[in-house]
Design a binder for this molecule. Structure first.
Ligand code: BG6
Length: 473
C-alpha cells in the first residue's frame, strides 16, 4: 500500500546540536553547554557532579554548526530536497535564560519567529520539541533539575509562551525528546545529579512523574490556546527489546524490559499509570509523591500522536551470566544479536526491527505514529566537493522499505524525519565526525573548519524518495 498523499517527509535536528551561538541574543546556559566531547563526554554524562567543577578544552554545543546564523541557507537546501516537515527544538534557555523568570526573553522568541517564518516560506511544516536535552543549567544547579516539582511550573510557563507566540506558525509539537532517556542518562533527560547513597530509581521516577504532569499541563495549555489545531505528541526512544532465546524466562525478561520503556508512553497516551507499575515500584522501592489532581490531569490530557526515534532493536537474557555480556553501543545496553551488523559506533542495524516496533506501538496505542529520528551515524569522506555515502543510502532504503511494510500492515503513520538531515554535533559523543546528514558540514571534532555546506550523494537520493512519495527507493 502506498503512503498517504500528504505524508510528511523531512529531517530533524535539535537546537543544542545545531544552533551554536550559545550566548547570543540573551540565551542562558543549558545543561548541555557544560558537556565536553569524545570519551570525556560519556564519563561526564554519568558523573555530572564532576562536570560542574571541571573546565574542558572544547564544548561542542557552543558553536555547533552555527545554525543560528545559517538557518536560511540550510532551510533553502531542505526545501530543495522537497522537505514537507522540519523537526527542530526550541532552546528553553533562549526563551527563559535561567528558567525561572516570569517574563520571556524577546530576542529568543524573535529568533524562532524568523526561523519558523523561513520554513513557512517554503511550505515546510515545523515540528517542534519543547525540551531536547537542554534544560536551563540554572534549574539544575539551583533547583536540582526535574526532581524538583517547581520545574513543572517553569516548564508550563515556557510552553504557554511559545504556544501563544507561534500558534499561527507551528502545528506539531513534542513535549519532551526521548522522555524515557531519563532512566538511562538522567542528567541529559532530567538534569539529575544523583548521590551514590540515594535510591536512584526513586529520584528518576519522581522526576519522570514531574515530566509527565508537565507534559499534560502543556497539552492542556495547547487546547486552551489553539483548540484542536495543535497536534501534541510524546516522543519515545524506541526499539523493541528481543528475548535472547525462546526460553520462556528470556521472553518474560524482554516483556518486563519493554514495559519499562513503554511506561512513559503508556501514561502519556492512555492517561494513567499502567497496572504493572504497582509491582515495579514496589520492587524498586519507589514511592511516588503525587499531588491531588495529578491523576485526573493525566487522564484528561493525553497526547494526540506517538512519535519515536528508532536506531536499533535490543537483546536481553534472563540469565545474569549471559547478560553480563551486554554492551552499550548507545545509551541502552544490549547483547550482540548474531543476526545483525553494527554501525561504526556499535549500534546494531535492524530495519525489520523498525517494522516490529511500529506494529507494537500501534497495536498498543491505536494513535497515529510519527518517526521523528532514524539514520546512520558514520564517518564521511569529503572528496571533490561531495561524499559518496552509499552506505547511508543503503541503511535508509532498508529502513524505509520496512516502514512502508508497516504501513501496509495497517499502521497509521504521519511522517518520517531522518535524524541529523544536516551534519550536527552528536548528542552522545559530542563529535562532529559521527555524521548523519544529507548535507556535509566542514567542521571537525575540535570545532575547526570553514562551516561550508556540501551536498552528499544521499541528498539527491532523498530528494527522489520524497518526489516519488517513497515509491522509488
Ligand atoms: C537520539 C537523540 O538519542 O539520538 C538525538 O534524540 C541524538 O539528540 C540521536 O543525536 C543520535 O545519537 P548520537 O549520539 O549519535 O548523536
Amino acid at each position: 500500500m502506498p503512503l498517504q498523499k500528504d505524508f510528511l517527509w523531512g529531517g530533524a535536528v535539535a537546537a543544542n546540536q545545531a544552533e551554536g551561538a550559545y550566548k547570543k541574543g540573551g540565551k542562558g546556559m543549558a545543561l548541555v553547554d557544560i558537556l565536553p566531547s569524545g570519551k570525556e563526554r560519556w564519563d561526564a554524562l554519568f558523573h555530572p557532579n564532576k562536570v560542574l567543577e571541571t573546565t574542558y578544552h572544547h564544548y561542542p554545543s557552543h558553536e555547533a554548526i552555527d545554525f543560528y546564523h545559517s538557518y536560511k541557507e540550510d532551510i533553502k537546501l531542505f526545501a530543495e530536497m522537497g522537505f514537507k516537515v522540519f523537526r527542530t527544538s526550541i532552546s528553553w534557555p533562549r526563551i527563559f535564560p535561567n528558567g525561572d523568570e516570569l517574563e520571556p526573553n524577546e530576542a529568543g522568541l524573535q529568533f524562532y519567529d524568523d526561523l519558523f517564518a523561513e520554513c513557512q516560506k517554503y511550505g515546510i511544516e515545523p515540528l517542534v520539541t519543547l525540551n531536547h536535552f537542554d534544560t536551563p543549567l540554572y534549574l539544575v544547579t539551583e533547583y536540582g533539575g526535574w526532581r524538583n516539582r517547581k520545574l513543572v511550573e517553569f516548564y508550563e510557563r515556557y510552553a504557554k509562551v511559545v504556544f501563544e507566540r507561534y500558534k499561527d506558525k507551528v502545528k506539531y509539537w513534542l513535549t519532551f525528546n526521548e522522555i524515557n532517556m531519563l532512566l538511562h542518562i538522567p542528567f541529559f533527560g532530567g538534569g539529575l545529579i544523583i548521590d551514590e547513597d540515594e535510591n536512584a530509581d526513586q529520584v528518576k521516577f519522581q522526576a519522570a512523574h514531574h515530566q509527565l504532569v508537565a507534559s499534560s499541563l502543556a497539552t492542556k495549555a495547547a487546547r486552551e490556546i489553539n483548540g484542536d489545531k495543535f497536534m501534541i505528541g510524546c516522543m519515545l526512544a524506541a526499539g523493541e527489546i528481543y528475548p535472547y532465546s525462546c526460553h520462556p524466562e528470556d521472553l518474560l525478561k524482554s516483556v518486563k524490559e519493554n514495559q519499562k520503556q513503554y511506561f512513559f508512553i503508556d501514561v502519556q497516551s492512555r492517561g494513567a499509570y499502567p497496572s504493572y507499575t504497582t509491582r515495579m515500584f514496589r520492587e524498586l522501592n519507589v514511592e511516588l509523591k503525587m499531588k491531588e489532581g495529578d491523576e485526573s490531569l493525566l487522564k484528561e490530557y493525553p497526547v494526540d500522536f506517538i512519535s519515536f526515534s528508532y536506531y536499533s532493536s535490543r537483546l536481553t537474557s534472563a540469565d545474569p551470566e549471559i547478560n553480563a555480556g551486554e554492551k552499550s553501543g548507545n545509551a541502552f545496553g544490549s547483547l550482540d544479536n548474531p543476526h545483525l551488523e553494527a554501525s561504526e559506533w556499535g549500534w546494531q542495524i535492524d530495519p525489520v526491527g523498525l517494522r516490529v516496533t511500529m506494529n507494537n506501538l500501534y497495536d498498543r496505542y491505536q494513535k497515529p505514529l510519527f518517526i521523528v529520528e532514524n539514520g546512520l551515524g558514520a564517518v564521511d569522506k569529503l572528496e571533490n566537493g561531495t561524499v559518496a555515502d552509499d552506505y547511508r543510502i543503503d541503511y535508509m532504503r532498508d529502513h524505509l522499505k520496512q516502514m512502508i511494510e508497516a504501513v501496509d500492515d495497517g499502521v497509521e503513520l504521519l511522517g518520517y524525519t531522518s535524524w541529523g538531515c544536516i551534519d550536527i554535533v552528536s548528542a552522545g559523543s559530542g563529535e562532529m565526525k559521527k555524521r548523519y546528514g544529507f548535507i556535509y558540514v566542514d567542521r571537525d571534532n575540535e570545532g575547526n573548519g570553514t562551516g561550508k555546506r556540501y551536498k552528499k550523494k544521499s541528498f539527491d537520493w532523498y530528494k527522489k524518495v520524497i518526489e516519488t512519495n517513497g515509491t522509488d527507493l
